[in-house]
Design a protein around this ligand. Structure first.
Ligand SMILES: [Cu+2]
Length: 123
């Protein structure tokens, strides 16, 4: 192997390392963004007298936000008092909780008790 071949191989190796580093940097950021998007998507819309999605699975410590898209006021009340109840939410008003201990959180609207939903909190 002459010096020139050796130098070329070194260049290829270095270039590969740089590309790998860039890829990891981009991929790493991608992972972080995905987590942020997941966190932002813990959102339950209240529309047409229903919670949507009706069942939402989140991880303990994540936030969950309800937004009222109806013209009627609605509330969010935990059946087993696993979180503090909301005030009556006006149109486009939001209510946020932080998911606590793992388990199944059943909730309802105290104004319209037939409106029910579930949050499954995982570890
Ligand atoms: Cu309601």
């Amino acid at each position: 192997m002459n010096m020139r071949t050796y130098s070329n191989k070194l260049t290829v190796l270095l270039a590969t390392l740089i590309i790998l580093n860039l890829w990891v940097a981009v991929f790493g950021d991608g992972m972080k963004n995905t987590d942020e998007i997941t966190a932002r998507q813990n959102r339950i819309e209240i529309k047409d007298f229903a919670f949507n999605p009706q069942t939402l699975t989140v991880k303990s410590g994540e936030k969950v936000t309800w937004i009222n898209r109806d013209e009627e006021p609605h509330t969010v009340v935990s059946v087993d008092k696993q979180f503090n109840k909301s005030t009556a939410l006006d149109t486009d008003q939001t209510f946020t909780i932080t998911a606590g201990a793992p388990g199944t959180y059943s909730y309802f609207c105290s104004v319209h008790p037939k409106m029910t939903g579930t949050i499954v909190v995982e570890k």
